[in-house]
Structure formats: C-alpha cells, structure tokens
Design a protein around this ligand. Structure first.
Ligand code: HEC
Ligand code: HEC
Ligand code: HEC
Length: 253
C-alpha cells in the first residue's frame, strides 16, 4: 500500500471510452516493451509527428512501472520509504508528507537502511544519473537523425513499405526513450532497466535509418504496427495541421 498509494497517479495511462475513462495499458505486463506491444495491439496513437508523420505515443509518468523493475522494488522497499522518510517530530515518529527530495535528505531517506556515508550514497546516485543522461542524450540524437532521414525520404519516391517501417521504428525508439525520460528519477528507480530501454531505443532509431537507406533487410518486429482509421491532428512545427494517415502526399505512412 505504501507503493500503490503513489501508483494511483505516478503511472503510464491513456484515456478510453471516448476520453472519459482513465485506463492502464498493463494487460501484457508493466515493462515499457509490454506496454508498447499493448498499444500496438489496440492501434493506440497519441499524436502524429509533425514532419515524419509517424504515429507516436506520449509516455506520461511511469515512475511506478520503472520502479517495479529495480532492485529496491525486488527487495520490498516502497516509494514512501524514500520519498516520505520517517523522522521525529513533537516526540513522535512521523512520515514526512512534504515528499522532500531524497538526495537532499539522505540521512532519513537512505541511511535508515544503508550503512554508508551520505556522500557515498549521493555519489552512487550521481553515477547512475550521469550514465543515464549520457545514454539518453545519445538516444535522442539517434532519434533526431532518424526523423531527419524520414523527412528527406518523404521528398523522394521511397516505397510505402520503407517509410512505414521507418515510422514504426520511430514510434518504438521514441516511446522507449520517452518512458525513461518521463520517469523522473533519471534512471535511479531501475538503473539497468533504464539502460536496457535506452539501448533498445538507440538500436530502433539506427535500424530505421538502415531501412531507409536500403541497406538493411525489412524489420522483424513484434506485432503489427497500428492502423488508426480516423483523421488525427498533427502537432508541432508551425502549429496544428490536419493530415490523413492514409495520404500525406509522401507515399502514405
Ligand atoms: C492524486 C495523484 C497523486 C498521488 C496519489 C501521488 N502523487 Fe506525487 N505528484 C502528483 C502530481 C500531479 C505531481 C506534480 C505536482 C506539480 O508539478 O506541482 C506530483 C509530484 C510528485 C513529486 C515531485 C516533487 C514534488 O514534491 O512536487 C514527488 C517526489 C512525488 N509526487 C512523489 C509521490 C509519492 C512518493 C507518492 C505516494 C506516497 C505520490 N507522489 C502520490 C500526483 C500524485
Ligand atoms: C530507493 C529510494 C527510492 C524509491 C523506492 C523510489 N524513489 Fe523516487 N526517487 C528517488 C531518488 C533518489 C530520486 C532522484 C531525486 C533527484 O534526482 O533529485 C527520485 C525521483 C523521483 C521523482 C522525481 C522527483 C522530482 O523532484 O522531480 C518522482 C516523482 C518519484 N521519484 C516518484 C517515485 C514513486 C512514485 C516511487 C514508487 C513507485 C518511487 N519514486 C520510488 C528515490 C526513490
Ligand atoms: C527501506 C530500506 C531502503 C531504503 C530506504 C533505501 N534502500 Fe537502497 N537498497 C535497499 C535494498 C534492500 C537494496 C537491494 C539489495 C540487494 O538486492 O542486494 C538496495 C539497493 C541499493 C543500491 C544498489 C542497487 C541499485 O539499484 O543500483 C543503491 C545504489 C541504493 N540502494 C541506494 C539507495 C539510496 C541512494 C537511497 C535513498 C534515496 C536508498 N537506497 C534507500 C534498501 C533500501
């Protein structure tokens, strides 16, 4: 309960029933790949990318889902243990309801369990966050390269299949990257899982570029990419435009 109380909100979700019900995409599991597979199976698309027209997703705040993949969750440590640490006040033991930054209060947030100096604990977090930031930046660069390639390919007579596959790779790369970025701990909640997702994201972006250049064989990906039927709004760039998923003048998606 000390975790589920936070997981009421700090999760990935989407709106179902004509945007009236908050729903959780967990039918296939809590990992980012499982959530992506679920969205692919239902054809869910949050928005069309303005320049590539890829049918992409927006991760919300999957702090809970990523946390479940980390060592602390496996050891039964809850969100509240770190974010609502216990302290003495007015002669009583209370949980801090201000959710202070754990790193600013390592004595209460971490040292109740870890017999290490505050500095060494802060250094370990910094090490994890620096490594995650480096991988995240590389993933972002790779994604931007893929988007630029798709944009260029739209101006040429690349086949529909190639563009469609490249856009599917963008959807995958972007969601995994966004999942890690939208967990707010910069990798700390689940360091190895965050690194795995970012590595897969980089791979998807580079595979997408390979496909566009005709150097790779057609991708083998799980599940069919989504095929939304309705018209969607394209966001970004010079504002909102309307575009049909089936005819963008550049060979469809
Ligand atoms: C009812 C929804 C809801 C629940 C339940 C909830 N949060 Fe939040 N939380 C939010 C929202 C919304 C924000 C962003 C607030 C803002 O940007 O001002 C937030 C922000 C935070 C932040 C960012 C820093 C801060 O203090 O603003 C932390 C840390 C946090 N929540 C931890 C937790 C923990 C731990 C729990 C469980 C004990 C929890 N939250 C339960 C909705 C919720
Ligand atoms: C083992 C300790 C630990 C556990 C367990 C933990 N967190 Fe965190 N969390 C941290 C640390 C450390 C940070 C990074 C703080 C920083 O960078 O300043 C963080 C960052 C966050 C942030 C961003 C805070 C901000 O100021 O922007 C949110 C929100 C958050 N955690 C929510 C959760 C939720 C929800 C859970 C449970 C599902 C959870 N955390 C479990 C230690 C923990
Ligand atoms: C309620 C007890 C508890 C609290 C509070 C706690 N930890 Fe942990 N921590 C553990 C346990 C248990 C493990 C896992 C040991 C194992 O699996 O070998 C762990 C593992 C770790 C690891 C290694 C695994 C990893 O994910 O990299 C680091 C680093 C760590 N903790 C740092 C912190 C920091 C920093 C805080 C405070 C923000 C904190 N811990 C708060 C109990 C706790």
């Amino acid at each position: 309960m000390r975790t589920y109380v936070c997981a009421q909100c700090h999760v990935e979700y989407f709106l179902a029933d004509r945007q009236e019900t908050v729903a959780l995409p967990w039918a296939r599991g809590l990992r980012a790949d499982s959530i992506l597979a679920y969205y692919d199976s239902t054809g869910h698309v949050d928005w069309l990318h303005a320049t590539s027209l890829a049918p992409v997703l927006k991760a919300q705040h999957p702090d809970y889902e990523l946390y479940t993949q980390g060592a602390h969750a496996h050891a039964g440590v809850t969100c509240s243990d770190c974010h609502m640490p216990h302290r003495r006040a007015h002669g009583r033991d209370v949980a801090d309801h201000r959710t202070p930054d754990p790193l600013a209060d390592v004595d209460h947030a971490c040292r109740a369990c870890h017999d290490a100096s505050a500095k060494s604990l802060q250094d370990r977090v910094a090490g994890i966050q620096t490594a995650t930031l480096e991988l995240r930046t590389t993933a972002l660069d790779a994604l931007l390269s893929l988007i630029a390639d798709i944009e260029l390919a739209r101006g040429t007579d690349s086949g529909r299949v190639t563009l469609r596959a490249a856009r599917d790779f963008q959807r995958r790369a972007q969601f995994l990257l966004d999942f890690v970025e939208s967990d707010r701990s910069l990798g700390f909640h689940a360091p190895q899982e965050s690194a795995r997702l970012l590595a897969n994201s980089i791979n998807f972006s580079r595979l997408g570029q390979t496909v566009i250049r005709g150097e790779g064989r057609p991708p083998i990906v799980d599940g069919a990419p989504p095929r939304p039927r309705r018209r969607m709004e394209v966001q970004g760039g010079s504002g909102l435009k309307r575009a049909s998923l089936w005819g963008d003048g550049g060979g469809g998606w």
